[in-house]
Design a protein around this ligand. Structure first.
Ligand code: GLN
Length: 478
């Protein structure tokens, strides 16, 4: 038995039975990192083994990978950008604090697209992460390092962030479970902001049970985050029930469009059929404003990003570049030099797009219009959820693409999130779970969406599905 291939709940049972210690588990993960990290490159940086604390008495002493945009006290946190090289936070993000309290063994910061801008983990200043199922392919993004770490068994579970699909899309590409919780369910304090009205932190795991367990650790109100919601957090493991009888599930016709890969479509339709056999009622529904989601997202997300990234100017965080003729240069020259050197191409593209949409004369036509369409997209969901408990779609239109295939075509890269973006614009929870493999052995994901704060519905449907199928049990043997 390979310990690092197990789920967290399986490991916790073994630890409880005293068959293994948390240290044994960490060692198996550490060995795997030594063996495969050169090929996979899931991590931006690894925690110094000397500073790792393994406390056998804590409830969840499980090795975890943390996306490189969450602040860890005294540990370099860079958003995989040159502009934050050398930045060591003076505090822990709330999620990190909760994980540390539970006994988590933080293996390292996982690689990501620079500032979470991307769908392939190719825009990282550390170079691309490779998909463990096929090293020539991308793992998806922007949490591709976190999903690749779990899929390559270099971590037992991981934490990602999702602004437009960045947990779910790479989860689908890497054959793992990725949940974007309801906006406000998990604190964003200490998450370096991309688009503050869309960002959510969520779990990346091998199965649904682990997803529920990790949510139990990280969810909840936080006075340090004014957008976090003060609402009781249920014990998510109570929703792990094998029963979908009588549930009403909507299948939106706008998500089964031309251009979607035939094998992806078939795998998701087969999964839907499986749930039908278990007594769920499935019916076609319509989310008519879906076609505007990508455009709306790229107006709103880039606007917020341009504003959030204004703080990286060489003064407080990370890199500072003083122009060569330093005696003559002003502080503005320093800002310019720092930002010109520190940000990569995609970050610059987004800052320019967002600044344009927010600028006087264009604000009404772009940003304000975007906000109005966002409301229409949300209303589509409100309407469907009056009569349905959940919505099922493919997570992505295709399986993982080749490294380099879309780097010179930003629009085609942006379209990889066509099915995931609407959940962020509407604030609703959505999960991607493995539901098949393509003929060339790449994982396929199905997305389940539910009403705000009804993560329990996602767990219930996902858990039932995993009792009947075993896609989530496949492991890469690297
Ligand atoms: N791929 C999308 C983007 O590039 C979503 C990223 C994310 O969710 N962080 O904006």
């Amino acid at each position: 038995m390979k310990l690092n291939h197990l789920t967290a709940h399986e490991i916790l049972e073994l630890i409880a039975k005293k068959e293994y210690t948390a240290k044994d588990i960490y060692q198996s993960v550490h060995y795997q990192i030594e063996k495969t990290e050169k090929e996979v490159h899931a991590y931006a940086n690894l925690t110094e083994p000397a500073s790792l604390s393994i406390d056998e008495n804590k409830s969840f002493p499980i090795p975890i990978a943390i996306k490189d945009n969450m602040c860890i006290l005294d540990q370099e946190t860079t958003c995989s950008s040159n502009i934050l090289k050398g930045f060591k936070p003076s505090y822990d993000a709330t999620v990190i604090q909760k994980l540390k309290d539970s006994g988590a063994i933080i293996v390292g910061h996982a690689n990501m697209d620079e500032f979470a801008f991307g769908s392939s983990t190719e825009t990282s200043c550390y170079g691309p992460t490779h998909n463990p199922w096929n090293l020539d392919c991308v793992p998806g993004g922007s949490s591709g390092g976190s999903t690749a770490a779990v899929a390559s068994n270099q971590a037992i579970w991981a934490i990602g962030s999702d602004t437009g699909g960045s947990i779910r899309q790479p989860a689908a590409f890497c054959g793992v479970v990725g949940l974007k919780p309801t906006y406000g369910r998990v604190s964003r304090y200490g998450l370096i902001a991309f688009a503050s009205s869309l960002d959510q932190i969520g779990p990346i795991t091998k199965d649904i049970k682990d997803s529920a367990l990790l949510m139990n650790i990280i969810a909840g109100h936080d006075p340090k985050d004014s957008t976090s919601i003060n609402r009781t957090v249920p014990d998510y493991t109570n929703s792990l029930v094998n029963d979908v009888n009588g549930l009403r599930i909507g299948i939106p016709k706008e998500y089964f469009i031309d251009g979607i890969d035939a094998e992806v479509k078939q795998a998701v339709l087969d999964a839907i059929e499986t749930l039908k056999e278990r007594g769920a009622t499935l019916k076609e529904v319509s989310l008519p404003h879906t076609e505007y989601a990508v455009a709306t997202y790229y107006i709103i997300a880039t606007s917020e990003a341009s504003s959030n990234l204004a703080r990286f100017d060489g003064v407080q965080y990370g890199l500072r570049k003083i122009p060569a003729k330093s005696r003559k240069s002003s502080i503005v020259d320093m800002y310019e030099e720092t930002r010109a050197t520190g940000f990569g191409t995609e970050a610059k593209r987004r800052i320019m797009l967002g600044t344009y949409s927010l600028s006087s004369g264009y604000y009404d036509d772009y940003y304000l219009k975007g906000l109005k369409v966002r409301t229409l997209i949300k209303q589509d969901f409100d309407k469907v959820f009056k009569d349905f408990d959940a919505i099922i779609t493919p997570t992505t239109p295709t399986t993982a693409f080749k490294i380099g295939e879309k780097t010179s075509d930003p629009i085609s890269m942006y379209l990889s999130d066509i099915f995931t973006i609407s959940a962020n614009l509407s604030g609703i929870p959505a999960i991607s779970i493995p539901c098949g493999f393509s003929s060339n052995d790449l994982p396929i994901g199905m997305q389940i969406m539910a009403k705000p704060f009804d993560e329990e519905m996602l767990f219930r449907i996902g858990y039932t599905y995993q009792q009947i199928t075993d896609w989530h049990k496949k492991r890469v043997d690297l």
